[in-house]
Design a protein around this ligand. Structure first.
Ligand SMILES: [Zn+2]
Length: 239
């Protein structure tokens, strides 16, 4: 019986580990998706800033081309100066040119803050781009770690499945069936070890006499509370 219980205990540990791996596998796509989302948020934020700069550049260009247009007007007006015949016409033209010049200096004044803003934004952007670069690298590393973990888990999974196959043949079929039934009903735990006179499956005390018997590991003893098969795995001090 002792050997049987030992095999069963090993099986139980393998089953718990397999359960763990399965849970990890189920979480994997979600975790990968979360990383993707994190990366997208960072990239989108940068994209928005780039768009804002583009918009401002467009505005600046529009103002500059307006300015050019007005300067063309001045040139043309100045060209016409030689053709004027009367003083009155001459004065009118001068004042026209002045008006355009005034308008131009207003446009120039308007362009300056836009250029300043563009400069500021570009500085911020390049800082943030560096930051995002670092974050994206970290995310990439996390992805790599997750994939590595998955690959490692696959390896462990296969090894444990093989061992499980061997164990399930070595364990008496009646005991194996009982274990499976208990495992299904009791959240994956069919065999529980006993520590400090307490069943580690349900954390209820076992009677002292039973505890003594369990420590011998040579009889099938079940927890009076949760019905699990009890096993003595040492008190944690030895080994
Ligand atoms: Zn119990």
């Amino acid at each position: 019986m002792k050997k049987q219980l030992e095999l069963l205990w090993e099986l139980q540990k393998i089953d718990l580990s397999l359960k763990n791996i399965k849970e990890q596998r189920d979480r994997f796509p979600k975790e990968m998706k979360m990383l993707d989302e994190k990366e997208n948020i960072e990239k989108e934020r940068i994209q928005k800033e780039r768009e804002k700069i583009e918009l401002l550049e467009k505005e600046r260009k529009q103002r500059e081309s307006r300015l050019n247009l007005e300067q063309e007007k001045i040139k043309r007006a100045e060209g016409r100066m030689s053709e004027v015949k009367t003083n009155k016409e001459y004065q009118a033209m001068l004042s026209e040119i002045d008006t355009i010049k005034e308008a131009n200096s207003r446009i120039e004044e308007e362009i300056l803050p836009v250029m300043d803003e563009i400069d500021e934004l570009k500085k911020d952007l390049s800082k943030r781009e560096k930051g995002v670069g670092v974050t994206v690298e970290k995310i990439e590393a996390e992805r790599g770690k997750l994939k590595e973990k998955m690959a490692y888990d696959d390896k462990v999974w296969n090894e444990q499945m093989e061992r499980r196959e061997v164990l399930s043949k070595q364990i008496e079929s009646k005991l194996f069936k009982l274990y499976n039934t208990l495992k299904e009903k009791r959240h994956g735990v069919g065999v529980a070890n006993v520590k400090n006179e307490t069943c580690q499956g349900c954390f209820v005390h076992v009677p002292p006499q039973m505890f003594i018997e369990v420590q011998k590991n040579n009889a099938l003893i079940r927890c009076p509370n949760c019905n699990r098969i009890l096993y003595w795995d040492g008190d944690g001090k030895k080994k």
